[in-house]
Structure formats: C-alpha cells, structure tokens
Design a protein around this ligand. Structure first.
Ligand SMILES: C[S@@+](CC[C@H](N)C(=O)[O-])C[C@H]1O[C@@H](n2cnc3c(N)ncnc32)[C@H](O)[C@@H]1O
Length: 205
C-alpha cells in the first residue's frame, strides 16, 4: 500500500473525506430520484467520458432509459451537450464515482445492460486495486441485473482484458458469452485513439 493511501480512522482528514462522500452521495441520490422513474430498467454506462457511445445508443433505442456516469465534470458536461443537441429524453449523465453511485442507487432501478468502454487500465501491479473491475463490483452489478442482463467490457489494454476475463470466469454470478453480439457499435473518444482493442460479453447467472 502506498503511504498516501493510508488514512487513520477518526483522523481529521479521514472524517473530512467521509463527510464529503456523504454529501456527494446525497447529491447523487437526489439526481437519481429526480431523473429516473422508480422502478426502471436501464442501460448503464460506467466511465462514460464524453458520452459518444451512450448518446448514439439512446438515439437508436428511444424505448430504453439510459444512464451514464463519469468522475470528471468536464466530460459529463460534454456528454450533456450531446444529449441536448440531439434533444434526447431517454438518457441522463451524472458526475459520480461508481462505488458511491451503486451505494445510493434506488432498489427499484435495475440494469438490462452494463457497459465499460476503455476504463483506465492502471497497468502497474501495485495499482491494480484501483481498476474498476473487481470481484466485489461484479457481485454488486450482478445483484442489480435483470434476468439475462449482460455485461459488456472493451479495452485496448491486453492485461486489463485478461484480468476481466479471469474475474468473470472466477465469478459464480457471470458467464462469458463467446458468441454474443456487441450491444451497439459507436466509437468513443478513446476508441478513436486506439489501433486495436479486445471485447468480452458476459450474462448474469
Ligand atoms: C479512459 S477514459 C474512457 C472514457 C470513455 N468510456 C471512452 O471510451 O472515451 C475512462 C473514464 O472512466 C472514468 N472513471 C474512472 N474511474 C471511475 C469511477 N470510479 N467512477 C466513474 N467514472 C470513472 C474517468 O473519469 C474517465 O472518463
């Protein structure tokens, strides 16, 4: 563990971060209550960046409700501009961290599909714990899926691809579908920068 990762419980810094996290989660909760009907089945994109993929998907699937989140406000702003330009009513973008979002997502919101496109690969071994795909996340997502709901993952980083396939194979909640079609093709900002990439699809069990 890196020195800066260590926060002593009850230290001023730790308590401050805890308060900030609670404030962020309250804001996320308010946004979700305001914009999503409850119950609702949605297509969810984690780390949506500039919203290229999800706006394109939402345009072609006007009967589906879509939600994209990203940590970076400027990227969410760009995604919202795309949504407004196309006057899309069935897609929402929110600045949120994945773990915090899942904590406050109302129980009635379930996922028909979850998609990760070019998530940060964190190539150094000591940073692998920062990767979004972890066993605990796969379990949390599985608990939110509609029956036969699918997980879509694409990366240019071979090591992150192998990591994800390994975690899916080890998980009792998911089964890789080698023959499954990709949900929707639309190049993202990062996909446009890459010569090559790898994709995997899994179905909830
Ligand atoms: C490499 S970019 C890919 C963006 C987009 N999917 C694309 O293909 O252009 C990864 C994105 O994931 C976001 N991200 C990273 N960790 C996140 C987290 N824990 N919760 C939400 N978004 C996250 C980053 O802010 C960044 O925009």
């Amino acid at each position: 563990m890196e020195k800066k990762d260590i926060q002593m419980p009850n230290s001023e810094g730790y308590l401050k971060e805890l308060r900030r996290s609670e404030e962020r989660k309250a804001e996320i909760g308010q946004f979700l209550q305001h914009y999503l009907p409850d119950p609702a089945k949605i297509v969810f994109e984690a780390g949506c960046g500039h919203g290229h993929w999800l706006t394109s998907y939402a345009m072609e699937n006007s009967n589906q409700m879509c939600l994209g989140i990203d940590l970076i406000a400027g990227r969410v702003d760009k995604a919202n501009q795309k949504k407004e330009k196309r006057d899309l009513k069935n897609v929402h973008f929110l600045k949120a961290e994945l773990g915090e979002y899942l904590e406050v997502l109302p129980k009635g919101i379930t996922f028909e599909a979850v998609i990760f496109l070019f998530p940060d690969p964190w190539p150094k071994a000591r940073h692998h714990k920062k990767r979004m795909i972890q066993s605990t996340l796969l379990e949390k997502l599985a608990n939110r899926m509609e029956s036969r709901g699918k997980f879509y993952f694409r990366t240019d980083d071979r090591s992150y691809f192998d990591w994800t396939v390994e975690h899916l194979n080890e998980s009792k909640f998911w089964k890789i579908q080698d023959e499954a079609d990709w949900l929707h093709e639309e190049s993202t900002y990062f996909q446009n920068l890459m010569d090559d990439y790898f994709s995997v699809v899994a179905e909830v069990q």
